[in-house]
Ligand binder design. Structure first.
Ligand code: GLV
Length: 308
């Protein structure tokens, strides 16, 4: 019985060291060094290999090393094999840092001051009380709720929207398509932390932007596929959206002549908002392996009918 890892090899070496410490009885291999493919019971991958089912007929669990599995071809994974996405505190901590940084930068007019400095202008903007700034988080999973929790500690007025109803202390929660317009109408800074599915693809579009207050800001830390790029460019032109902070794009990287690169109101980062951290990820994976062996429910199990 072996564990196979197929993702970033540098972090893989750390996984190997941690497995040797924490699960010395479970042999660990790093792709492309497979050992006996018939012995592979657990596979952790960012991109699963082709012919998964025939190469690893005894696979018990497929782990995604990332938080989102939208790039997995689930139809190539036999229905009997559970697919598990990464829920671990390291990813959440990174996401909380990035979104807090982005929200505070918008809230404290950081981008405006950068423009003013370039123009040699010493021009104070009145500081707006934090409680009057309404943050809206799309997606209330592990990451969305961690982000809201931290933003609440600053005193921001926090709201959240998700597909199904949630209740969070002190958060204006909205659910389903019919409550989306009301959620958007109360949102000054919109954070997208949704999974990418057939339903959410292209959701950040003109119709959605039009439902926001004028001058709202957008922070996309979901997937590039959530955003309709032309609609964002238009919304920035009209002032509907004041600033966009984008950590994800479609494709990644964007082509060199893409208008997002040099747009004065777009801040672009190369999909670094958060990264799986070996120490905590290995703990999460080993805990799920124990659960699987005990017949207990797995944390982060993908519901194939929902796609996340
Ligand atoms: C990265 O975007 C991930 O899904 O972990």
């Amino acid at each position: 019985m072996t564990f196979l890892y197929k993702a970033d090899p540098v972090r893989g070496a750390e996984w190997a060291r941690l497995f040797a410490q924490k699960a010395p009885d479970l042999p660990f291999h790093i792709w492309p060094e497979l050992g006996d493919p018939l012995a592979v019971r657990y596979l952790a991958a960012w991109e699963p290999p082709a012919a998964l089912a025939t190469t690893f007929p005894n696979l018990d669990v497929l782990f995604c090393t990332g938080a989102g599995v939208d790039h997995f071809d689930l139809s190539a994974v036999p229905a009997s094999i559970p697919v598990v996405r990464m829920i671990e505190p390291g990813i959440a901590a990174g996401m909380v840092e990035y979104v807090t940084l982005a929200v505070l930068a918008v809230h404290r007019d950081w981008f405006e001051y950068s423009r003013l400095q370039q123009q040699g202008l010493w021009s104070p903007i009145r500081v707006r009380p934090v409680a009057s700034r309404r943050i809206g988080v799309l997606g209330l999973g592990a990451l969305g709720t961690a982000v809201i929790d931290r933003l609440q500690s600053f005193g921001f007025a926090c709201g959240g929207w998700s597909r199904s109803a949630h209740q969070l202390q002190g958060v204006d929660c909205y659910a389903g398509a019919e409550q989306l317009p009301a959620f958007l109408a109360r949102t000054d800074i919109l954070v997208c932390l949704l999974p990418l599915t057939d339903t959410t693809r292209g959701m950040l579009d003109r119709v959605l932007f039009d439902a926001l207050p004028d001058g709202a800001a957008l922070i996309n830390v979901g997937r590039g596929g959530h955003l309709v790029q032309q609609d964002l460019l238009q919304a920035l032109d009209t002032g509907k959206i004041s600033t966009a902070i984008l950590d994800v794009a479609d494709p990644e990287p964007l082509p060199p002549d893409h208008p997002f690169w040099k747009h004065p109101r777009i801040m672009l980062t190369p999909h670094i908002a958060s990264m799986t951290q070996p120490e905590t990820a290995v703990d999460a994976v080993l805990a799920n392996i124990r659960r699987h062996r005990n017949g207990e429910p797995l944390i982060g199990l993908i519901d194939r009918s929902r796609g996340y």
